[in-house]
Design a binder for this molecule. Sequence first.
Ligand code: AMP
Ligand code: MN
Ligand code: MN
Ligand code: MN
Length: 297
Amino acid sequence: MSLLVQEKKYDLHSHSTASDGELSPTELVRYAAKQGVHALALTDHDITVGLSEAGEVANELGIELISGVEISTIWNKRLIHIVGLNFDPSDAMLQSGLTGLRHQRDARGEKIAHKLEKLGVADALLGAKKFSAGQILSRAHFGRFLVDAGHVKNLNDAFKRYLGDGKPAHVSAQWVDMAEAVTWIKNAGGLAVIAHPGRYRLTATKLRLLVEAFKACGGDGLEVVSGSQDKKDTRKMADLSQRYELYASIGSDYHGPSQTWLGMGRQLPLPKECVPVWTAWTDHAGIFSSSNVNPAL
Ligand code: AMP
Ligand code: MN
Ligand code: MN
Ligand code: MN
């Protein structure tokens, strides 16, 4: 597959300690700069509190910080992560929506701890909170507690034995409907992108249905290159993005040094035929924007 020659290195999906990342926003931006990233989006789960600190450090280091968030949404009873990019973080509708999701996380956390208690794991809520900066509570924090307390060997095991979908300490949450999350992002002036589309284990037909539903509610892009996807998936997502006229994004989904998949700044460039999502904000108007549509049609 031929690849786009990018003059700048973009990484539009990453996490800090504001959600379930291991590095503080400052450490994350420093690390991105060290890895040769020119433009970074910090996309914490359901929270944007790390953006101002990240923005200050990015300014000092001369790299570009793009506002981001990864929203936990539901489509067709499935958990789908939607990344918002380049929006106004002070937008009231977005912020009140994200606050609601964090309440969901707190309620779910209590239920997870209750289930773990029954499974013989004591003090899990307190334990998980020691690993979170107190702003959002993630299954990743429960996972780190389970490793630390010696209940499992590693994080992957924590999900396999306790926290993953269908496992004994799994609790589903009432996340926001995908269409509503897209509305929050668009209303705040941003672009909505389906995160790591290869990770949902959807059949080709279901994946097309997801993309069609996303398009129908005003979604803009697809993460064609993701740290957790292989080359075959990249090819598949590049084709989908072209077919449905969706912008293509690149993101490592970096969570910190102990992550096992491809780290920050090591992603492939986008396939040549893709339209990079950043052209929507670096050009006057992206080629998929309504101003490029013939008004006579
Ligand atoms: P949550 O958003 O609280 O449901 O937690 C999901 C997060 O847990 C993801 O964003 C990942 O960071 C992490 N995660 C999910 N599955 C695994 C796994 N198998 N191994 C390690 N981390 C995982
Ligand atoms: Mn995560
Ligand atoms: Mn995700
Ligand atoms: Mn992520």
